[in-house]
Design a protein around this ligand. Structure first.
Ligand code: AMP
Ligand code: ZN
Length: 114
């Protein structure tokens, strides 16, 4: 999609640090990490946010979880614990409108808000 920063990263028109990639998803290092481990798991198909998941495209959520598991293992946080979250819409803090899940780990997450 024109002007989408993640579509450009997927097409390798912009640089990124890639941890995992297959035909359907890519996992990259967040450029402004909120935690010591902060990875973005991104479907290659341009889907705006989780609100646009339907029975036609929901299979990619399986790929996202498989990628998250692989990256969590690769980066040594699988057993320590981590969060996998997605912001849906401006009001939730979404700033890039191409679906992505944040894989956050490497610190003790307190206070526990959810
Ligand atoms: P959100 O605010 O939930 O939409 O998340 C967008 C995330 O994308 C933020 O954590 C940004 O730091 C991250 N981000 C923005 N541009 C880039 C980029 N070029 N490479 C990697 N991460 C990026
Ligand atoms: Zn996009």
């Amino acid at each position: 999609m024109d002007g989408c920063i993640f579509c450009k990263i997927i097409k390798k028109e912009l640089p990124s640090t890639i941890y995992y990639e297959n035909e359907r998803v890519i996992a990259i290092k967040d450029i402004n990490p909120a935690t010591p481990v902060h990875v973005l798991i991104i479907p290659k198909e341009h889907i705006e946010s989780v609100k646009d998941i339907t029975s036609d495209n929901a299979n990619v959520l399986i790929d996202i979880h498989i990628a998250a598991n692989a990256v969590a293992e690769q980066l040594g946080i699988k057993d320590k614990g981590y969060r996998l979250i997605t912001n849906c819409g401006k009001g939730a803090g979404q700033t890039v409108f191409h679906l992505h899940y944040h894989l956050l780990g490497g610190i003790e997450m307190n206070p526990k808000i959810i």
